[in-house]
Design a protein around this ligand. Structure first.
Ligand SMILES: [Zn+2]
Length: 204
């Protein structure tokens, strides 16, 4: 391993700083873990000591370990279409926070998200997709409605609103609300810019 201080980032503030510093390394083209994608690096990581759990989108352009320049054992990653929650996602986050003592949960949306575009299209046309895709769209739709489906900027605004709605839902989660209230855990929202590689925190 090359100098990760992941094990030391045991407060929400330190964990967030660690993540954002990693994203700056990625953006600057000077990742320290970019060469660590080998079985040897995986073996060398030993026990995991993750300091953050990230919930992001399935989009193939948004690999979370890469954009935060993280190596084996440092972050837990969950990805669903437009970071939509379900019980498995919430249970996984509860496990990471409760059992592994991770102090930070980050929800990461991204520009040009296809799942959010599907929700915008559904509200504009009234044509709801079938199958379980309908579940995804239904979970994103309230964010689109809040920003106004017919607004020309509905998509980028809905991306942000949907992140904040997901953050609010997690902060209200049965097993997270106590640690959050005590300041031991924070849940933050951010957006990834495909054009620059930058991650920008959203104000609550
Ligand atoms: Zn997406």
């Amino acid at each position: 391993m090359t100098g990760s201080s992941a094990g030391a980032a045991r407060t929400p503030r330190a964990a967030l700083a660690e993540l954002l510093t990693g994203n700056r390394r990625f953006v600057s083209g000077q990742p320290v873990h970019g060469h660590d994608v080998t079985a040897a690096a995986a073996v060398a990581s030993g026990d995991q000591q993750p300091y953050a759990v990230l919930l992001g989108c399935i989009d193939s352009r948004v690999p979370l370990e890469a954009i935060f320049d993280q190596t084996f054992g440092s972050i837990c990653v969950i990805r669903t279409g437009a970071h939509v929650l379900d019980r498995a996602v919430c249970g996984s986050i509860e496990y990471v926070v409760g059992q592994l003592g991770v102090p930070l949960v980050m929800v990461l949306g991204h520009e040009r998200c296809g799942a959010v575009a599907s929700a915008v299209d559904t509200l504009r046309t009234g044509e709801r997709p079938g199958g379980s895709l309908a579940y995804l769209v239904d979970q994103i739709a309230p964010a689109v409605t809040e920003v106004g489906a017919d607004d020309p900027r509905a998509h980028p605004m809905a991306v942000r609103r949907h992140v904040l709605r997901t953050v609010a839902a997690l902060r209200a989660d049965d097993l997270l609300t106590g640690p959050v209230a005590a300041g031991r855990v924070d849940v933050v929202g951010a957006v990834y810019d495909l054009a620059t590689g930058e991650v920008t925190l959203l104000d609550r």
